[in-house]
Design a binder for this molecule. Structure first.
Ligand code: NAD
Length: 268
């Protein structure tokens, strides 16, 4: 059966990449391209979509008019919240990759017993899923942990959703294993404010780097007496996220309620 897909944020970097992936996928049909910034312009306004006659719409309602089965959102946090609520209210499944949203707010909106469902993933790259999983294995055995996330210079939120999720899961493992918080920060004088980054749960420190030329990268560094372990993940291109996005589109109708994280789909 062909799944009808509407992409919100279709004129953005990720949204356009998703539109291309959906158009190239068998069993998927791109039925609506939604973006407030290019309302009324052809999807092919800048080239790259000669095989689509879709016109970009600024309204979520165009997904209803196009009988979309799934809304895919790559926008900004405030817009993604609207997309999730719109999907829940209109019986359209939602796959959300936008970062910076409070996922717990949506548990009740996507009750397992009712259609529709939602999948929210702060990172759709398999290498990122494995990075976090490997960090969970390492977490109980070290004395300190610091996360450095590195992204392109247009990213709107900091730290990244992936960094927050990594810190949360490392802290959870520390709690469960009885290892407790990592060592307290010994810094007594911060000469330049922010030099030590942000302190997340369990004393995991998070640093955000923004540089032109980067896409999405992260290092998790664990330290112990006389040794360290660095787990690094790199997404060099936005196509790295597409297998995960397509998997979520494929699974969302059969995955009841709200699912957070690609690992839940992969069983990782
Ligand atoms: P971008 O700025 O290139 O694109 C965002 C698009 O959303 C823009 O075209 C903008 O006009 C549109 N938009 C904003 N508000 C809107 C609204 N109310 N309705 C419709 N469209 C609206 O950003 P990007 O680099 O494509 O990133 C988008 C999001 O995806 C960010 O939150 C980013 O962190 C996240 N991201 C997630 C993953 C992942 O794997 N989950 C990977 C990369 C980026």
């Amino acid at each position: 059966m062909t799944v009808r897909v509407a992409v919100v944020g279709a004129a953005g970097r990720m949204g356009a990449t998703v539109c291309r992936a959906v158009l190239d996928a068998r069993d998927l049909e791109l039925v609506a391209a939604i973006d407030i910034s290019k309302d009324g312009r052809p999807l092919d306004y800048a080239g790259g979509f000669p095989d689509s006659a879709l016109v970009i719409s600024g309204e979520l309602e165009s997904a209803v008019r196009a009988h979309a089965d799934v809304l895919v959102d790559f926008t900004v946090a405030e817009a993604a919240v609207k997309t999730l609520r719109f999907g829940a209210a209109n019986g359209i499944h939602v796959v959300c990759g936008t970062t910076g949203i409070e996922t717990a707010d949506f548990v009740s909106e996507f009750e397992p017993a009712d259609r529709p469902n939602a999948i929210i993933c702060p990172n759709f790259a398999i290498s990122a899923v494995l990075m976090t999983r490997l960090a969970e294995i390492a977490a109980p055995y070290f004395e300190n942990a610091e996360i450095i996330e590195l992204h392109h210079d247009q990213k709107r939120d900091a730290p990244s959703g992936t960094a927050l999720e990594s810190a949360r899961r490392i802290a959870e493992v520390r709690r469960r294993s009885g290892a407790g918080d990592f060592g307290a920060d010994p810094t007594e004088r911060v000469v330049l404010p922010g030099a030590r980054g942000a302190r997340a749960e369990a004393n995991v420190f998070v640093h955000s780097v923004r540089l032109r030329g980067l896409v999405a990268h992260q290092e998790i560094i664990f330290g112990a007496l006389g040794q360290s372990l660095t787990i690094r993940q790199d997404s060099y291109d936005r196509t790295s996220f597409m297998p995960g996005v397509l998997l979520a589109i494929d699974r969302v109708a059969s995955t009841p309620g709200l699912t957070v994280g690609l690992d839940r789909l992969l069983g990782a």
